[in-house]
Design a protein around this ligand. Sequence first.
Ligand code: ATP
Ligand code: BUA
Length: 363
Amino acid sequence: MSSFKILVVNPGSTSTKIAVYEDENEIFKTNITHSREELAPYEKITDQLPLRKKVILNALKEHGIKISELDAVSGRGGLLWPIPGGTYTVNEKMLEDLKVGVQGQHASNLGGLIAYEIAKEAGGKAFIVDPVIVDEMEPVARYSGIPEIKRKSIFHALNQKAMGRKVAKELGKEYEECNFVIAHMGGGVSVGAHSKGRVIDVNNALDGEGPFSPNRSGGVPVGDLVKMCFSGKYTQEEILKKIVGEGGLVAYLNTTDLRKVEEWIETGDEDAYLIFRAMAYQIAKEIGSAATVLKGQVDAIILTGGMAHSERLTKMISERVSFIAPVKICAGENELEALALGALRVLRGEERAREYNPSRAGC
Ligand SMILES: Nc1ncnc2c1ncn2[C@@H]1O[C@H](COP(=O)(O)OP(=O)(O)OP(=O)(O)O)[C@@H](O)[C@H]1O
Ligand SMILES: CCCC(=O)O
């Protein structure tokens, strides 16, 4: 079988993580950080495209990789219109929607744009895999209680699905045969109900649903929020920042770093300990809720993301949820590998690349 060389690109708000894979094997991986000053001149995230592309090409050069060697470039997909999970070819419609930011501005909007630009020069294929707007929700999950407001599926689809595949393999099964509750616990927290390979319900991690997290409020008492909005004390932008960016741990404790919070707990800081327990409590409650979506038929609960490195946190959550199903800890994230494997499945003909042609009906 011929081998494939794939560049993978995961743009974050302050960093560009890239790697080059030859088949399943990582040739190199690097995390390029961008200072606040470096990004300050760009009004929109997608304006950063030339800068991000330049640093990636420099990194390839440093590692002695010519772009003509690349068979494909696989980027993390952004806030497109809702689509089912899978590997998608970057097409004209996708480029247009990423440039506009049809569902908002997010660093991952750059993933498909960068993949397209570099693949074009390389003469290879450009893909995105399991973007943050993967939407496989059941119709019944879309109701909010206010007819004008529909629930949306925006979450850490790439890592959740990658961890689902990993644990399914450990169980000797296919991901599509299993039911999982997967909690991605990073700067944001999303908890998905995975039913036979489809995420049939999940909290929108970018819009005040679910547990609070290092930099997000999660769901809040909505009447009080409405009063705050009309108090005249805040702009719309300030309120939105309280929900995503400046809510959760950082609002209570002035840090998004769970390791710092744990250090304070070690020194006897009761306030930090209570807030830590409150976050664990909310995550556990969301897991319980996702288990009801799966009618209790859960093969495993998977805790993943950066905060899953915290034994204190995973223990606290497990105490509350292990009656539902075995708890598996997959600390950190596997997003770069997931991007490579998603492209590889298509290059090897094991899976057909999907075409982005979103129908907004029902979403
Ligand atoms: N070893 C560790 N012990 C405890 N907490 C950790 C550890 N490593 C990372 N974290 C915490 O994980 C959180 C960040 O997770 P992660 O790196 O997955 O987030 P992100 O990539 O910035 O955001 P997101 O996952 O929402 O896209 C931070 O609060 C960080 O302090
Ligand atoms: C919700 C998906 C990714 C993020 O946390 O920004």
